[in-house]
Design a protein around this ligand. Structure first.
Ligand SMILES: Cc1cc2nc3c(=O)[nH]c(=O)nc-3n(C[C@H](O)[C@H](O)[C@H](O)COP(=O)(O)O)c2cc1C
Ligand SMILES: Nc1ncnc2c1ncn2[C@@H]1O[C@H](COP(=O)(O)OP(=O)(O)OP(=O)(O)O)[C@@H](O)[C@H]1O
Ligand SMILES: [Mg+2]
Length: 488
């Protein structure tokens, strides 16, 4: 079975784990219900496309098990003619409609087209058909996922059935890793910058994938799998933000419906190379300082990692980060000692040899009069020779002063922090919902002690949106439930 083979042959351990868990859930559902009692809710979106192929794999493995216990050979060409529900809406993108129909035909899906709303459509379908369980491509982070598990009975007020969510714990990145690893077809809109697809009236390409510069008249977009921060997958879904500006739909990433950008994000990652940090004998202060410096420069740090002084560990980490982030900073493991393998690791990640101990063909030496040796830049990976914060300060300043510095100053982050004595239980659901309404704003919670106040942080690039998110939260509770808090 090609999907199962592609995943097993891939070297992506995380994807393999996600795949195994999802296929396990699917096999359990096939064991619990008759084949006529299950249905697949398919809308041509990326998540339901992933689910389709997982269902095919799960069904194949389920059949294989049964055949094996009967002494039969598994059928490699096995189809999965599962009952498939598609709620077709006149406001759907034509690309989504045609992809759904073509895919259903290609995989022998038994398509039931519904033209009513979800609830009444399901009510009439369940009266006619013996459906007991429905597979959905819902993922944590979807507005409707709050409180759901892999097997979740339908909500009160809905007809009774089991919602089966095999990819509930998959991230945006997992979804694209699966699609690209298995090389399955997906709706063409995702190649045009759409990252989550609603209706033609409320969905535009995700502005975070825009490649437009001030000189070009037409805006182009990178494909959906290039979005580095999956939390912003719904940034192309329109929201009406306030009754005061009725005429303007503001997209949740801070772009208005004229296509004008209000904010832009570039992401960075930091890799520390150091066995001592992993042994716990040394503390990584450089990483924390770099995070502060990048934040102050308007860059979003997407990832920080500590790896061993080992060529493969460095190479693996650099390989992953260099394609996900705009810039990667690496420090530690530089020099002539046996443990100084960072440069070799970078060369391996780019698949090049070392020339005079530097990665061949991709190295740029960043000279600055203050520095005794230049900084090393390999494409978007910058290697700091700093061994303490003081040296980092110097190298950072030099990097910023270079005429060709890769560290462009970005719009600064704006933050606001609220503190409350309300309990987690009282606030959890409201905050989860708020995060869906403000995908462009980071909304995080932390406590300094169990009994102390809960601090809710709002961080973004658009002051109005940050204020609005904080105000919206306060308005959901009694006056005085929150007070502004300074984290400095
Ligand atoms: C097959 C199916 C079953 C659903 N079951 C429920 C349910 O039990 N409870 C509920 O509140 N919404 C249910 N919904 C609605 C979804 O929660 C959600 O509104 C829908 O998938 C649209 O997602 P979107 O807002 O991301 O486009 C169901 C939708 C479908 C297609
Ligand atoms: N019109 C629909 N018909 C059938 N199932 C649907 C429909 N809309 C949503 N669903 C179900 O709900 C799940 C989550 O919906 P969602 O809108 O997030 O689509 P998706 O497949 O996740 O694609 P994307 O997030 O990129 O828009 C889908 O995977 C599908 O199982
Ligand atoms: Mg989705």
């Amino acid at each position: 079975m090609e999907i199962d083979r592609a995943i097993k042959e891939s070297s992506d351990r995380r994807l393999q784990t996600k795949y195994n868990n999802a296929v396990y859930v699917i096999q359990r559902a096939f064991a619990l219900y008759e084949f006529e009692q299950v249905a697949f809710s398919f809308n041509g979106g990326k998540d339901s496309t992933v689910l389709l192929h997982l269902l095919r794999a799960g069904y194949y493995l389920h059949k294989e098990k049964i055949n094996y216990s009967n002494g039969n050979q598994p059928d490699c060409m096995l189809k999965c003619p599962i009952r498939t529900i598609y709620f077709e809406c006149p406001c759907a993108f034509p690309e989504i409609n045609s992809f759904t129909y073509e895919t259903a035909a290609a995989y022998d899906l038994q398509l039931e087209i519904m033209r009513s709303d979800f609830k009444s459509g399901l009510e009439s379908l369940l009266k006619e058909k013996p459906i007991k369980a429905i597979f959905l491509g819902t993922r944590i982070g979807d507005p409707n996922a709050v409180g759901q598990e892999q097997f979740s009975p339908s909500s009160t007020g809905w007809p009774p059935f089991m919602r089966v969510n095999p990819i509930l714990d998959w991230s945006y990145r997992d979804v694209w890793a699966f699609i690209l690893t298995c090389k399955v077809k997906y709706c063409s809109l995702y190649d045009q910058g759409y990252t989550s697809i609603g209706s033609i009236y409320d969905t535009v390409p995700n502005a975070l994938l825009s490649t437009a510069d001030s000189s070009s008249t037409k805006e182009n977009f990178k494909p959906a799998y290039m979005l580095s921060d999956g939390r912003l997958e719904r940034a192309g879904r329109a929201k009406k933000i306030s009754s005061k500006c009725e005429s303007t739909h503001v997209l949740s990433n801070g772009m208005d419906n004229t296509g004008a950008h209000r904010s832009s994000f570039l992401t960075a990652s930091i890799i520390a190379v150091g066995d001592e940090i992993l042994f716990g004998t040394a503390e990584d202060q450089i990483g924390a300082t770099l995070c502060q410096k990048l934040y102050a420069t308007g860059w979003q740090v997407a990832h920080i990692a500590v790896v061993q002084n080992d060529v493969d560990s460095v190479a693996e980490e650099v390989e992953q980060r260099k394609s996900r982030d705009d810039i990667v900073f690496l420090f530690g493991g530089l020099g002539p000692l046996h443990s100084d393998v960072s440069v070799a690791g970078v060369a391996k990640a780019f698949g090049v040899c070392l020339l005079a101990l530097l990665p061949e063909g991709i190295t740029e030496l960043l000279h600055h009069e203050t520095l005794p040796v230049p900084l090393i830049k390999c494409r978007n990976v910058i290697i700091f020779a700093a061994t303490n914060i003081c040296e980092l300060e110097t190298q950072w300043e030099c990097l910023l002063e270079l005429s060709n510095t890769p560290l462009v100053q970005m719009a600064p982050f704006i933050s606001k922090h609220l503190s409350t004595m309300l309990s987690d239980i009282e606030t959890a659901q409201v905050i989860s919902k708020l995060r869906m309404d403000f995908p462009d704003i980071y909304i995080g919670c932390h406590r300094k002690s169990r009994a102390g106040p809960l601090i809710i942080s709002f961080v973004g690039k658009n002051k109005i949106r940050v204020e609005l998110a904080a105000e919206k939260l306060s308005r959901r509770f009694h006056a005085g439930a929150f007070c502004e808090f300074s984290c400095d």
